[in-house]
Design a protein around this ligand. Sequence first.
Ligand code: G3I
Length: 302
Amino acid sequence: ASTLGAAAAQSGRYFGTAISAGRLGDSQYTTIASREFNMVTAENEMKIDATEPNRGQFNFTNGDRVYNWAVQNGKRVRGHTLAWHGQQPGWMQSLSGSSLRQAMIDHINGVMSHYKGKIYAWDVVNEAFADGNSGGRRDSNLQRTGNDWIEVAFRTARAADPAAKLCYNDYNIDNWTWAKTQGVYNMVRDFKQRGVPIDCVGLQSHFNGNSPYNSNYRTTISSFAALGVDVQITELDIQGGSPQTYAAVTNDCLAVPRCAGITVWGVRDQDSWLGAGASPLLFNGGNKKPAYDAVLNALNAA
Ligand code: G3I
């Protein structure tokens, strides 16, 4: 196959990208995105600050822009993200306790009902675990509402849209030996044992000098999969854009049947949150980079 999406589809997987509503007028961007990818994540437009700028007043203008572009171009959509300490609107940052807990539940219901039946998978909870060696939860206003906030979010999400896969999504849970990875693993195992609804784990996979790709990544993917959840690589970028590392990530996903697909966090280097200088993505302007060829070849060899 000659595109990333078609090559991934040969093994029943998808290959996606983050899309930014503000770039949909750039024809180089939309030409590449429409041709190469078959899954879309809104980079910012379905986040809490974008979709509920005032409490109880939902705004789906930009989320729908990304959603409609994706569907009109034959792509599926991942929803990102419903419960997170980041990109909270000011009104939510100022809440605590039971009123914040209720606001989280209302937010999940409001956004998921708007997109009911239309989303392949939701990142229900994003980045809830602490960096460093504790393996425990990140301190946040949501965490301070009680340790059960994550399972409440997942139960709420399941009821709101039973058709969507429900993911826990985080960064720095790629290296199997890291405490954060083990913390998330233990939570997912506990959820599966107790029947808390969870269908997938999103490995963001932002690789850089401080959190480099490690060959135990395949162990991480297969270990989560063995708990009975899909694994999705949700926000892949690799500082420096090493073709060898891109190929290794792709091959690690291909080696695990429940690794459902890969999403890169932007189309061209200039679109990356890291800046073009980091050279983290698969395209430079309109040109395919060596990392692109490495990924395509790996997908075609599977
Ligand atoms: O849209 C406003 C614009 O109106 C304003 O003038 C401008 C000035 O600062 O800011 C614009 O918003 C920015 C937004 O990106 C859109 O460009 C925000 O400041 C900026 O903080 C925001 O950054 C995003 C970041 O999440 C925020 O947390 C990045 O684009 C986005 O790539 C990044 O994505 C996250 C995932 O959601 C979760 N995992 C990590 C990943 C990378 O940080």
